[in-house]
Design a binder for this molecule. Sequence first.
Ligand SMILES: C[S@@+](CC[C@H](N)C(=O)[O-])C[C@H]1O[C@@H](n2cnc3c(N)ncnc32)[C@H](O)[C@@H]1O
Length: 442
Amino acid sequence: MARRRRRSPPIEMTVTIESMTNDSRGVAHHEGKAVFVDGALPGEVVLCQTTKRTSKYDEAKVLEVLEASVDRVQPRCSAAGVCGGCSLQHMNDASQIHAKQQVLLDNLKQIGKVEPEVILPPLQGTHWNYRRKARLGVKLVPKKGGVLVGFREKQSGYLAVMDSCEVLDERFSQLIIPLRELIGKISIAKRIPQIEIAAGDDAGILVFRHLEPLSESDMELLKDFGRQKGLSIMLQSGGPDSIVALYPETIELLEYRLDEWDVSIRFRPTDFTQVNADINKLMIAKALELLAPEGDDEVLDLFCGVGNFTLPLARIAHRVTGIEADSALIQMARENAIHNGLVNAEFITADLYDAPLDGSWLHRKWDRILLDPPRSGAMEVIERLPELQPKRIVYVSCNPATLARDSDILVHKHGYKLTAAGVMDMFPHTKHVESIAVFEPA
Ligand SMILES: C[S@@+](CC[C@H](N)C(=O)[O-])C[C@H]1O[C@@H](n2cnc3c(N)ncnc32)[C@H](O)[C@@H]1O
């Protein structure tokens, strides 16, 4: 019979925070063992209580800050510290991005054994109400006052009790209570697990996932909500293909404009798009500046989504090819190229994790390559990039650990040099680190 491991009881300890982890927790040592303290900042002395104890390390949460860092600020949100959406509201804006830069450089050094020749200045934008896309959990919890809507708690995985969300776009940030009240009136409240929110420049959409059919009166409630709040309402009964319009009867695609390149990008609410519109514009400008296509350069945009980088690139480069696994996104990217009158952008559906990679695009020379993979990075395609003989590679990353792993391959196996790297404040107050790196043949 399997023996159940006994949990060590929580203990309290006073520690001095030495540094920060990749996921924004304070690192300290207590009796020789590492302790990762949620809510603590470097330089602080805190009284904390363990939340998990193992033979190698402990995890803990702050009970009291005994000596505060000069970087500490009062969080704006009442759920900060509990809600898993934000991890850094207790740190001032400038120190947050500086800490993220340090996470990037530490990862590059420790995992990739590389250092950039130049550290790019951080790209920064608005710190609040920046998030245009989110998936909100929904749960009927009578003992917590009825329906909860929002993000999961850091520690438990249960939904956090929240009334508003300061990082959501203004069109959604004050909707948490109205949504809680709305779901409370719906006959199948227990069977609504999630609401997806998405906004373009001019319109916002709420997609209600429901596991049972809604009644006529439920649908009237949802329509009324959309009408009152000036938002479109969609219903999702199954997979992504089951999404249908409820209010109004026909819903236009969402759209964001990239005026600097005279491009507008259309998308459906569940398509991948960058969450922070301001930083996205700065990021595209920086990526294009760093990639610097010239003359008749052929450009490859890997993990291209709906064409966020591809279409601005098509305005300044001779030809661009976008590659992406999701055929629905490729279809949207093609339509976006037509809609913007761009005839020098083409798109190919390909799974860039399916090694050995294949496709005619791998048997051509590409002068400049941009890549923007998911969190798991791009190891499979990175292995093949030298065959394509790029003069420059610009790598946009949402995970410094996989960027560092892939940098190791490019630099130490394939002889590239890391000429520049820097962070972008795509997700203020959260633990997420967005970065950009440039590689050139050594
Ligand atoms: C971080 S997003 C970037 C999208 C786009 N560059 C943008 O800025 O909107 C990563 C993209 O990689 C795509 N993707 C995920 N897995 C993939 C795979 N195995 N092969 C190719 N593309 C993949 C996703 O569908 C998503 O569009």
